[in-house]
Structure formats: C-alpha cells, structure tokens
Design a protein around this ligand. Structure first.
Ligand SMILES: Cc1cc2nc3c(=O)[nH]c(=O)nc-3n(C[C@H](O)[C@H](O)[C@H](O)COP(=O)(O)OP(=O)(O)OC[C@H]3O[C@@H](n4cnc5c(N)ncnc54)[C@H](O)[C@@H]3O)c2cc1C
Length: 375
C-alpha cells in the first residue's frame, strides 16, 4: 500500500484507522456492484467499519471520541466512496446524525448519544421534507405540543439507511422555529417503500411517514452550529470525488485494454485530450477540497464557503468523468456487467444531494456579486 501524505500532522491512532479502512475498502469495492444491483444495504460493511473503530474515530474528542481531523476524515470518505459509494453515503449520514446528536444535546443527553454511537447503534438523518426542497435545515412541518414534547405528523424523504436505524435526527418547526430532536423510530414511523432508483441504489434512502410521532422534550437539542464537527458538509464533496476517481480508473483500464484496429484505445488522440481535460479538472477539485479541509482543521472561517465550492465542483466533475467513461467505454461500457455505467448512475446523485449544485450556485453567485441572501 502506498503511504498517503496529509497536509496536517496525523496521529498514530488516526493513521491506524485510516489504513484499516483502506484495506476494507478493497473488499467492499469487489461487491459494490452486486449490492447496487439488489438495492441492498451492505450491513456487513457498516459493521466492519464500526469494528475498525471508524465510529470512535469520527466522534470529536469533546464528546468522547478520537476526533479525526477534517483532512483524514475527507480522505477516508473519498477512499470509501471510490470503492462503494452507497456504503460511504450511509456511513456519512450515520456519522453526521450520530455526531450531531452527541454535540447538540451536549448539556443534556450528549453523553448518552455518544455512548450509543460508540457501541455501534445506527443513526440516520431524517431532515429533508416534501415541502422544504433542498433547504433541509428549514423544515416546513410544524410539531404540536403534547405531553412530554411535541407531536410530528408528516414525512421525511430520502433517509439513507433509515430501515436499519436505531435513532433518527429529525427537525421540525416548534413555535415556528426549526428545532432538532433525536427520535427512536417506533410504530408511528413507517417506511413508504419508494426506493428503486437510478444510482446509489444500495443507500435505500427511503421516504418515512410520521403519524403523531412524539419528539421527546429530553431528546431536544440546539441548532447545529459553528464549532460542531461538520460531518455532512465535509463528507459530501468526498463522495463525488471518490465516484469520479473510480470512474476515471475504470475509463483508463478500458482504454488501455480495448484494442481497435491494432492499437489500444488509449492511443487515440481524442481519448488522450479528453482524459487530460477531466483529469486536470478532477485534480483541481481534489486540491480545492484539500484546501477547504486544511482550512477547517485550522479553524479558518473560509472553510465552509470553500467546502460548498468543493462540493459544487466535485459534483460536476464526477458527472463529466463518468460521461466520458461511457463514451470511451462504447457499448461494452454500457453493459450492466461494466462498472462504467454504475459510475455514471452514481455520479448523477451527488449533485442532487443537499445542497444541490443549483442551490450552491445561487449562494456562491450571490456572494461573488455582493447580492445579500435572505436569512
Ligand atoms: C442518494 C440520496 C441520499 C440522500 N440522503 C438523505 C438523507 O440521508 N437524509 C436527508 O434528510 N436527505 C437525504 N437526501 C435528500 C437530499 O439531500 C435533498 O434534500 C433532496 O433530494 C431534495 O429533494 P428533491 O431531490 O426531490 O429535489 P427538489 O427539492 O424537488 O429539487 C428539484 C430541483 O429544484 C432545485 N431546488 C430545490 N430547492 C431549491 C432552492 N431552495 N433554491 C433553488 N433551487 C432549488 C434543486 O436543485 C433541483 O434542481 C438524499 C438524496 C439522495 C439523492
């Protein structure tokens, strides 16, 4: 295995988890296509990641974990996504909600949620709503006061890994204010099985219905904010970068092995030029992402806007690389047996996940032009 270099100092414990996850990723990659075909969650992969201490690693030190740096975290998600983007997505959502619940309830039940996360309980983000569009932090559904908390009737959509979750991170309006809760899904929470998608099929990001589900007062947290470990914003660019890396590797392998009129496809000039174009843009996306992670590790305020830019670029480049893969792959890349078609399907999902490239373009464009954004 080649030794990966980081822009920040890496502790031995971080390196150990990182190396172990890289080893596991090799095995995940070999079967990712099968799980995708069956649209089945690779529960064994998630168990193996937990056993490799990844959950303890991502939990910040202040809530009892190892506290991975952003730089190591980003590389980990990227490597996982290159091998198995559905597992990478479920784990990122699980880590995002588990870490968030430990942090936002720090003064009350934080230690409890941290302990549950450390022993291997599964968490999922149930934030997106039918009427909130991409603005998943702005719930539109109002929870009404009941004994012991507030009751939510409505739906949360595209909840990755929800069918295996022990806890959900849910938001709703309480007295008109977005409010966050940990929820143990009981029989008031049901799955509406819509999940049969083009890509990231093994995430099983289902639609959940809530029927007077009690959002318990003691499981209420504060709004996530600056200073919390930003798992989802830091993880989402890596999912697209990993998919793009895998798509480029599949393209290169095909171009080198496919012989047309006596010479490998890789010798054709159009292939070289187009590969140069996507490889350079992919390297630029990685560099922007690395910079944003470094800024996050150094608590520079620019890290958040740059993570948004990195997500935008990574989402777009992943689709470009994957589309080129389909052209280079020809009809053989179009066969279900080829990973090329799966990379294209998976790449499309990155730009849909919040914040979508459209929403990001609106925010970044307004910022560049000096146009004030609504609160
Ligand atoms: C594979 C996958 C996994 C996901 N996992 C989770 C999860 O675990 N938890 C979770 O809570 N959510 C999850 N999501 C939901 C996701 O993050 C989005 O919030 C959700 O997809 C938005 O709804 P929609 O895709 O139907 O798009 P719509 O909101 O209907 O968007 C349609 C179009 O309108 C644009 N648009 C939407 N809102 C705005 C706006 N405010 N301004 C400008 N343009 C806008 C979009 O960019 C898009 O082009 C997942 C989605 C996918 C695809």
């Amino acid at each position: 295995m080649t030794t990966v270099q980081f822009l920040v100092p890496v502790r031995d414990a971080e390196r150990k988890v990182f190396d172990r996850v890289l080893e596991l990723a090799d095995g995940f990659g070999a079967v990712a296509g099968d799980y995708d075909e069956r649209a089945e969650i690779a529960v064994g992969h998630l168990d193996a990641l937990h056993d490799a201490d990844l959950d303890r690693a991502v939990l910040p030190e202040r809530v009892g974990g190892l506290g991975l740096s952003y730089s190591v975290f980003g590389r980990l998600v990227c490597a996982l996504a290159a091998a198995d983007p559905s597992t990478a997505t479920i784990w990122t959502m699980h880590a995002g909600s588990g870490v968030a619940l430990a942090e936002i309830t720090f003064d009350t039940l934080g230690a409890y949620f941290a302990e549950e996360f450390l022993v291997g309980k599964r968490f999922a983000n149930a934030l997106s709503e039918p009427a909130s569009g991409n603005r998943f932090l702005n719930p539109q559904q109002e929870a009404v006061a009941v004994d012991g908390g507030w009751a939510l009737t409505g739906a949360k959509r595209f909840v990755s890994g929800s069918e295996i979750a022990d806890y959900l991170l849910v938001n709703a309006l309480v007295d008109g204010v977005p409010t966050f809760f940990g929820v143990v899904p009981d029989d008031t929470v049901t799955v509406i099985p819509i999940w049969d998608t083009l890509g990231l099929r093994a995430t099983r990001s289902q639609l959940l219905a809530f029927e007077r589900t009690v959002l318990r007062a003691e499981y209420r947290g504060r709004r996530p904010g600056p200073g919390d470990f930003a798992v989802i914003p830091a993880g989402l660019p890596a999912i697209s970068l990993g998919i793009a890396d895998a798509a480029l590797a599949a393209l290169v392998e095909h171009a080198r092995s496919r012989v047309i009129l006596g010479a490998p496809l890789s010798h054709q000039q159009w292939v070289q030029h187009e590969v140069a174009d996507v490889q350079i843009r992919l390297a630029a996306a990685h560099a922007l992402y690395e910079r944003a992670l470094w800024e996050a590790d150094n608590a520079l305020p620019s890290f958040f806007p740059n993570l948004s830019r990195a997500k935008y670029l990574a989402n777009k480049v992943a689709v470009d690389v994957a589309q080129l893969g389909v052209r280079v792959g020809g009809a053989s890349g179009y066969l279900k047996t080829s990973p090329i078609q799966r990379h294209l399907r998976d790449a499309e999902a990155g730009q849909l996940m919040a914040y979508s490239t459209e929403v990001l373009a609106g925010v970044i464009g307004a910022e560049v032009l000096g146009v004030p954004l609504p609160e």
